[in-house]
Ligand binder design. Structure first.
Ligand SMILES: [Zn+2]
Ligand SMILES: [Zn+2]
Length: 534
């Protein structure tokens, strides 16, 4: 089936910046770009689509997110926007009532942020006991790096005064004692609580994946990441793929603690290439926490702190082993790094592991540093030298920029997500939203990267603003590169997949302050419409 799109602005995202008059799609691929006359001549009984002045460009590519978590979180109470403990309690109580959660269930809320609560701290078990003193209650912080359980949950999970803190993770304690106060910080402690409550949630995981996929497609994203998958997540995605439920491409990266090697053998058909739109992209390590939760691992203390600079999630020897293992198995590896000390550990470990494995930049391993919040310019240079990709969570400037000013001080806050520096150094930088942390809204991200305006309206780090074309590259062709798919996706080029998005305005001709208001009107995956705005 041939289709021709014409009569609108066509952004190919090729560096030549040519603006063809028409695009011909044939069997899901871009068959021709150029004049309308030639497109018609090259086509066989084409379906003609008049863009009517709208803009056609390559579909967006998710630099990093967690579709499995987006799917799961849709089942929980939304605590974003809560301004006090009483807001949180009210929302949880209403949710419990609405969902008729009884004795066997659990009440879960996601997305509160202590930075924006009147109390300026995390709730504790006593607050949540007011929601229920016998049903487990759990709330997860917006960063996903910390959360709080009530007394019933702590009891079920067997966490009491004798529970030890674990490497790169800790429990909150009642002052002057070892008694837990309900707070859990970073992966290991969090997972003890999460595992208890997740097991109690009913629902159809495949249907939740489908719903999550719709959200991404509505934002023009046709390549989605599952950026810290468990064995269970891979299985659910595999089942969804088997039933033909995936319309977008999903790339899964397995957390190193989840025995990725075993999964790579078990799901051999997902390695290297897509099978029913699902592929195993590689592995993922988490090296530190979150800057707005003050667990990101910095090289210098947080503002106003004598010594405290966050902490690592694992020791360097272990990181190196994980990297070596990935290199030896020929799979890509990503690392969550927010603090510059974590970034340093990732770069150092990767350099060492490359040396030990006898590989070089020419082996094209494309390791990714996810988030890069406080990565420094000297580190960007070293990343370039080993072919490491920065994937930046540039929305942070808007969502938490004002908090970063307080937590990091002006100099470091202004240098968060140093996108312009990365472009100038010639790195293949891409952008992400880390959904479900923030919505997968690429045009909001483009607006953030170009304007760098905080919630309170301050401009944070003017010199790190990128131009619109660079921002669009970061969410298209550069995203494709991170998945080794730049020959198939990311630009409107003959021979590439017809993964496309139609926008109501041309970002290159829109005032930069209005970039976030541009709407996706249609999304196409391999030439087929997978989303249309009604
Ligand atoms: Zn992360
Ligand atoms: Zn993430």
């Amino acid at each position: 089936m041939d289709k021709i799109y014409y009569n609108g602005d066509i952004l190919t995202m090729e560096d030549t910046r040519t603006e063809p008059e028409a695009v011909l799609i044939s069997d899901g691929f871009i068959a021709f770009t150029g004049s309308l006359k030639e497109a018609v001549r090259a086509a066989h009984q084409p379906e003609m689509t008049d863009l009517d002045g709208k803009t056609l460009m390559p579909a967006f590519i998710d630099g990093h997110s967690h579709i499995s978590l987006v799917a799961q979180f849709s089942q929980f109470a939304d605590l974003s926007g809560c301004e006090s403990f009483s807001d949180i309690k009210m929302r949880l109580a209403a949710f419990q009532k609405e969902k008729k959660i009884g004795e066997d269930g659990a009440v879960i809320g996601v997305g509160y942020d202590h930075n924006f609560l009147k109390e300026k701290r995390h709730p504790d078990k006593y607050i949540l006991d007011e929601v229920s003193d016998h049903i487990p209650v759990f709330v997860l912080h917006a960063s996903g790096h910390m959360g709080v359980g009530n007394s019933a949950l702590l009891k079920e999970a067997g966490i009491d005064a004798s529970a030890p803190d674990m490497e790169g993770s800790r429990f909150g304690r009642i002052p002057g004692s070892m008694e837990p106060d309900g707070y859990a910080e970073e992966t290991k402690a969090l997972n003890l609580l999460l595992a208890r409550v997740y097991a109690k949630i009913p629902g159809d995981p495949k249907a939740q994946i489908e719903k999550a996929q719709e959200l991404y497609l509505s934002h023009g994203i046709t390549t989605i990441q599952d950026g810290a998958a468990s064995g269970q997540d891979v299985e659910t995605l595999f089942e969804a793929a088997k039933e033909g439920l995936l319309k977008a491409d999903v790339v899964s990266y397995v957390l190193v603690g989840e025995e990725p090697e075993k999964l790579e053998q078990e799901y051999a058909e997902l390695k290297k290439a897509y099978w029913n739109h699902l592929k195993l992209g590689g592995r993922k390590v988490i090296l530190d926490g979150s800057p707005q939760g003050k667990t990101a691992w910095l090289s210098k203390p947080y503002a106003g702190e004598e010594e405290y600079r966050g902490y690592p999630a694992m020791e360097q020897e272990k990181v190196q082993t994980y990297i070596r293992n990935a290199i030896e198995n020929g799979v890509q590896i990503l690392a969550h790094c927010n603090g510059d000390a974590a970034a340093q550990q990732w770069i150092d470990s990767f350099e060492k592991a490359m040396e030990q494995c006898g590989v070089s930049k020419e082996d094209d391993l494309r390791p990714v540093m996810i988030h890069c919040q406080t990565v420094r310019k000297d580190q960007l240079l070293r990343m370039k030298n080993i072919g490491m990709i920065p994937s930046m969570f540039v929305d942070h400037v808007y969502y938490w920029g004002d908090i970063h000013l307080k937590n990091l001080g002006e100099e470091r806050a202004e240098a968060i997500s140093p996108a312009k520096s990365a472009f100038e150094q010639g790195l293949c930088v891409n952008f992400h939203q880390d959904s479900p942390v923030v919505p997968p809204d690429m045009l909001h991200t483009v607006w953030c990267a170009v304007n760098r305006e905080t919630r309170e309206g301050k401009i944070l780090g003017e010199e790190e603003r990128v131009d619109v074309f660079e921002a669009l590259k970061a969410v298209t062709i550069n995203g494709a590169y991170a998945y080794f798919e730049e020959d198939k996706k990311g630009s409107i080029t003959e021979g590439k997949l017809a993964d496309l998005v139609i926008l109501d305005r041309n970002p290159l001709k829109t005032p930069v302050s209005e970039l976030k208001d541009i709407k996706v009107t249609e999304t196409l995956k391999e030439g087929e419409t997978v989303y249309r705005k009604c």
